[in-house]
Ligand binder design. Structure first.
Ligand code: AMP
Length: 282
C-alpha cells in the first residue's frame, strides 16, 4: 500500500492512474479502522482498479472539542488492517495539509441538516461537507463509498454532489453489525464493559419500531422507545426519529408505505455518543 501525507504528491500519483483511464474508488474515513470500514474497502476494490482510503479526523465536524480530543487514533493498526485488506493507497494528511487556513465554507444543505444529527450537532454537516469537498477535489473523478450507518451524511453528500455537479458517483454500503446487533463504530472501543453489554438496546429499539410500524402511530412508537431507553440509567437518548429516506422529513401520521421510511436513533451511553438507523421496508 502506498501512503501519502501530501495532497500534491497524491495528486501527481493519481494523474498517472487517470491518464491510464483506470477507475478510482475512494473511501473517506476518520480511522480506527473496523470491519464496517473494511466492507467499504472490499466493495471499492471489487468495483474499481485502484482503491484509495483516507484517514483524517476532521476537527471542523466536531461540535465538541472534548469529543474531538478523545476520538480514537490508531494509525499503525489501521495501516496493517488496510494492507491486509489489499487497499492500494492510503491518504493520511495532517490538519495543516487539509486546512492551511481555518476553513470558511458555508454550504446550503437544503434543510437536510435541520433534523436529527444536524439539530443535535450544530455545524456538524457543514464540517463534513467541507472536508469531503476538499477530499473529492484532491481525488478527482471517482466512485466514492459511504456507509448507511451514517445515513443522514449519505443523503447530504448525495445532495452536495448533485448541487455542485461533482464528478463523483456515490455508492452506499449496508451497516456491518456485531453478532449482538450493535452497529460497528470506531467509538465502540470507548465503551466500558458494562456499557458495551447494554449497547445492543439501540438496535433492538430500531427493530421494535420496524416490527410495529404498521400497527402503531410513529409518536406512540417513539414514546415507547424513549420510555424503554430512559429506564436504563446508562443511556441518555438524544432522539428516536422516523423519517423519509430521501428528504429526511419526520413522519407524523400513520405510515402507509414503510418502504419510504427509516428509523434513526442517537444516544449517549455514558460519555460515548452512538448512532444507528435501519430501513422500515421488509
Ligand atoms: P467514519 O470513520 O466513522 O467517518 O466512517 C467512514 C465511513 O465508514 C463512513 O462512510 C461510514 O458511514 C462508514 N461506516 C462506519 N461504520 C460502518 C458500519 N458499521 N458499517 C458500514 N459502514 C460503516
Amino acid at each position: 500500500m502506498k501512503i501519502f501525507e501530501s495532497k500534491k504528491e497524491l495528486n501527481i500519483y493519481l494523474d498517472d492512474i487517470r491518464y491510464k483511464n483506470m477507475k478510482i474508488g475512494f473511501v473517506p474515513t476518520m480511522g480506527c479502522i473496523h470491519k464496517g470500514h473494511l466492507s467499504l474497502i472490499k466493495k471499492t476494490i471489487s468495483e474499481n482498479d485502484i482503491a484509495v482510503c483516507s484517514i483524517f479526523v476532521n476537527p471542523v465536524q466536531f461540535n465538541n472539542t472534548d469529543d474531538f480530543k478523545k476520538y480514537p487514533r490508531t494509525l499503525d493498526e489501521d495501516i496493517a488492517k488496510l494492507e491486509s485488506a489489499n487497499c492500494d493507497i492510503l491518504f493520511a494528511p495532517s490538519e495543516k495539509e487539509i486546512y492551511p487556513e481555518p476553513p470558511v465554507e458555508q454550504y446550503n444543505l437544503a434543510g437536510l441538516d435541520n433534523v436529527m444529527e444536524g439539530k443535535y450537532r450544530p455545524g456538524h454537516f457543514n464540517g463534513v461537507v467541507t472536508v469531503i469537498k476538499r477530499l473529492f477535489d484532491i481525488i478527482g473523478q471517482c466512485n466514492a463509498y459511504f456507509g448507511e450507518k451514517d445515513y443522514q451524511q449519505l443523503v447530504i453528500i448525495n445532495h452536495i454532489v448533485k448541487q455542485l455537479s461533482l464528478p463523483v458517483n456515490i455508492h452506499s454500503v449496508e451497516t456491518c453489525r456485531e453478532d449482538d446487533g450493535l452497529a460497528m463504530s470506531s467509538r465502540n472501543i470507548l465503551l466500558t464493559i458494562e456499557e458495551r453489554k447494554a449497547a445492543p438496546l439501540l438496535y433492538q429499539s430500531l427493530l421494535y419500531v420496524k416490527k410495529n410500524i404498521r400497527n402503531k402511530p410513529p409518536e406512540k412508537l417513539k414514546e415507547d422507545v424513549k420510555t424503554k431507553i430512559n429506564s436504563n440509567p446508562l443511556f441518555k437518548l438524544d432522539y428516536i426519529e422516523i423519517a423519509h429516506k430521501d428528504n429526511l422529513l419526520p413522519a407524523n401520521d400513520k405510515i402507509i408505505n414503510p418502504d419510504l421510511y427509516r428509523v434513526f436513533i442517537a444516544a449517549y451511553l455514558g460519555n460515548v455518543r452512538l448512532i444507528d438507523n435501519i430501513s422500515l421496508s421488509d
